[in-house]
Design a protein around this ligand. Structure first.
Ligand SMILES: NC(=O)c1ccc[n+]([C@@H]2O[C@H](COP(=O)([O-])OP(=O)(O)OC[C@H]3O[C@@H](n4cnc5c(N)ncnc54)[C@H](O)[C@@H]3O)[C@@H](O)[C@H]2O)c1
Ligand SMILES: [Fe+2]
Length: 403
């Protein structure tokens, strides 16, 4: 009885969120696209009157000299820059606070997030803390807790997965509790996003595959959830088609610029879909694998996605069938039931083809209750999932992820 009431309450709250996301003025970043487009960012920053930007990135990318083109063009345009490169995968509150100090010390006036979702999210939250020093990172958790606008913010993704370049989200870990959580606010959407496939050609195959599966998870969770709209459905369909057609190619032939370009677009489209229609249990569980064990976000999603799809296949049958058709697998003559199974099989096959395992090797049995509780705390009531999970069902599903 109480559970039935709870579920009704979740659904009511989700309907309110759906209306809100349809009327909220989501800013859309200006896009600079195509090979070499990163060099165009500096002139766009200069015309905005900025004099000294903070580039937030990580040491791997610095060692690879990936930001060199950006640095050169900033210099050519007379824009000074400072670098904060201490961002680690699954970035922590500490990285944010340290980055904030670098910005203040160098009297910067804008921020560029350059890297994967970790660098971009860290950059977003550095911006949020700079403008809102009275709100701690922990208190920004959830929806619309960033009160004042962040400094001018631009981003250059070097992975094709998170969609952070167009989302309201920034994901951060509290190193003390190993809790990973999202901060969601319209003010975190960048002014300009650069989708330059040349920056992605050196992305190692295992990061290409897992970040690409993150983008697929965004598209799928946005599409099968109950808060989709025509806009989010179209973006999720476009993303799925591009991912089915290009991800394995990008994984096998990293220097295929066309496949890289299509994956960058897919990540952006999937981001545009999920930032308005939300994600689901795959993300809620995956965030815990990142927070507790440091499992890379895309890898966790790729592994968990087929399990969650099996769990809600019946409720999501029609939508999964639609996504199968949009993705170019199956034919219209087949039943929705057949198509939904084919969709799940396709995800499993892609994982196999890209050497993604079917289990989380770090997962410990004694952590299952905590993971399930935290995952449901994250998902309920906000995520408009097609089938609501009980704690026991969540524990069972997480248990299936053990080796
Ligand atoms: N804000 C959002 O909307 C959103 C959405 C999904 C995920 N996330 C978050 O984003 C983070 C994951 O981001 P990610 O999957 O992009 O990975 P990442 O940023 O953690 O990068 C993974 C690794 O790849 C390296 N790398 C990145 N680009 C490279 C390149 N071009 N060549 C070689 N190496 C490269 C990085 O240095 C890093 O070591 C997680 O914290 C996740 O929770 C955010
Ligand atoms: Fe994600």
């Amino acid at each position: 009885m109480i559970w039935t009431l709870k579920k009704r309450l979740y659904r009511t709250q989700q309907r309110v969120m759906k209306v809100a996301s349809m009327v909220l003025p989501f800013p859309v970043p200006v896009l600079l696209t195509g090979p070499g487009s990163v060099r165009k960012l500096a002139e766009n920053i200069k015309v905005r009157g900025l004099k000294n930007v903070l580039v937030v990135t990580d040491k791997v990318l610095m060692d690879l000299k990936l930001p060199e083109g950006l640095f050169d063009s900033l210099e050519e345009n007379g824009v000074k820059y400072s670098v904060y490169d201490d961002v680690e995968p699954n970035p922590t509150i500490e990285s944010v606070e340290n980055g904030k100090k670098v910005y203040q010390k160098n009297k910067c006036d804008g921020i560029i997030g350059f890297g994967g979702g970790s660098a971009i999210d860290c950059a977003k939250i550095i911006g949020a803390r700079l403008s809102n020093p009275f709100i701690s990172v922990k208190r920004m958790k959830g929806l619309f807790r960033v009160i004042l606008p962040i400094p001018p913010f631009f981003c250059v993704p070097t992975t094709a997965g998170t969609g952070s370049e167009t989302t309201v989200a920034a994901v951060i870990t509290d190193a003390a509790t190993h809790e990973k959580f999202a901060i969601n606010d319209l003010k975190l959407i960048p002014k300009i996003a650069v989708l330059d496939p040349e920056l992605m050609v050196g992305l190692p195959p295992h990061i290409t595959s897992t970040t690409g599966m993150d983008a697929l998870t965004h598209a799928v969770e946005a599409y099968i959830g109950l808060n989709g709209s025509k806009f989010t459905d179209e973006n999720a369909e476009n993303a799925t088609k591009l991912i089915f057609e290009n991800l394995e190619e990008a994984y096998q032939n990293g220097d295929n610029l066309e496949a890289r370009n299509n994956m960058a677009l897919a990540s952006f489209y999937a981001g545009a879909a999920f930032t308005r229609a939300y994600v689901g249990y795959v993300h809620a569980i995956a965030h815990n694998m990142g927070g507790l064990y440091g499992v890379p976000h895309g890898l966790a999603n790729a592994i968990i996605l087929p399990y969650v799809l099996e769990f809600c296949r019946e409720e999501a049958e029609k939508k999964l069938a639609g996504l199968a058709i949009a993705g170019g697998i199956g034919t219209k003559g087949e039943s929705e039931e057949e198509l939904s199974h084919q969709f799940i099989e396709k995800v499993k096959t892609m994982n196999i083809n890209m050497a993604i395992p079917t289990f989380i090797k770090e997962l410990r049995e004694e952590d299952i209750p905590l993971i399930a509780k935290r995952a449901l705390d994250e998902a309920h009531p906000d995520y408009p999932v097609p089938r609501i999970m009980t704690l026991a069902e969540c524990e069972e599903l997480v248990g299936e992820l053990m080796q």
